[in-house]
Design a protein around this ligand. Sequence first.
Ligand code: ADP
Ligand code: MG
Length: 399
Amino acid sequence: MSSFRTLDDLGDVTGKVALVRVDLNLPMKDGSATDVTRVEAVKPTVLELADKGAKVLLLAHFGRPKGKRYSTMSTSFVQGDVEEVLGKEIMFIPEVMGPVVEQSIGILRNGDIGLLDNVRFWPGEEANDPEFAKGMAAHGDFYVNDAFSAAHRAHASTEGLAHHLPAYAGRAMEAELKALDAALGNPEQPVAAVVGGAKVSTKLDVLENLVGKVQHLIIGGGMANTFLAARGVDVGKSLCEHDLTDTANRIMDQADHAGCTVHLPYDVVVAKEFAANPPSMRICNVHEVASDEMILDVGPQAVEALGDVLKTCRTLVWNGPMGAFETEPFDTATVALAKTAAALTEGGSLTSVAGGGDTVAALAHAGVKDDFTFVSTAGGAFLEWMEGKALPGVAALTA
Ligand code: ADP
Ligand code: MG
């Protein structure tokens, strides 16, 4: 991993203005946040800078205003939630540059925190307009990026600012980059990847990147059906992308050449209808799926064998559930494998890193979210990293 500067590299910041990119795009209902995980994630960085005497200006987007000011998308809506999590009052500043920002900085005392308005109100943000970035940079002494979840976007506040101010990774960004490096950048081998979820089509780049990097590729979820079909298995009326069987075969060939073992389920849980505990549910070998049945989860024998694979590995990277985990009992394989991974992590033999919207929900459902080495809530940025892409927001910090 190319190195990046962290808060440890900052000198005395007393009275200096820190422009801190954070993710405050909180899920909202009836005017208040339903989940403040993102605020909790940036709390250490924000408070560390405040405690060191900096004037901290939080910079974030909120919704998709597409370069126009909408009162319904002001970051002032999350001010209360941010104050509650930080345990501190903060000042809302309804601009991102100009005299209002300058005056507000004058009012802030050392250690105070200001919240700038939605940076996406200005078209220069998503266009990554250097003039716009320069305008914001003029108010700050240094820039801290603590929003890994936005690092796959080359926007002014996520990338551009790093070219105009000394740039540092915040604590959350630092932890994320270290975990991702331990999982795929510079992992202890052997490495296993679990890739599940609904469709192959959304994870082609992930699969192609992984086959060259891991020793074991464990494929589950709906996408396993496409791989099984590619191997000539009749998957009945399972979710399956029949037009991608050639692609699946190509990925399996690439894996072969790279010395990566692809693990597909050999027993599965099937049902005639997709509902909770359907009477038609049964466990069978993949070669015994009837034409009116669909595969909804990986079977118990396969799960046990996959657990044994994990026992031989030092590193695990996981994206995508093994089955339709939202509906019982098709969460069984995901929960069981997640618990095995958690136990191995606790036992010290496995470094486990997971990410993806549904994956995080599935691990929380399994009760092991805090038992993995690292769980990324970054969504799109996590997937692009799994695809092996350079993230502009990260590249700007490591340049
Ligand atoms: P993530 O958000 O973690 O990247 P995905 O969005 O790719 O994960 O996939 C999650 C979805 O895949 C879940 O909604 C789950 O119900 C679905 N899924 C998993 N296995 C199956 C299956 N066998 N049949 C249909 N849907 C499945
Ligand atoms: Mg998803």
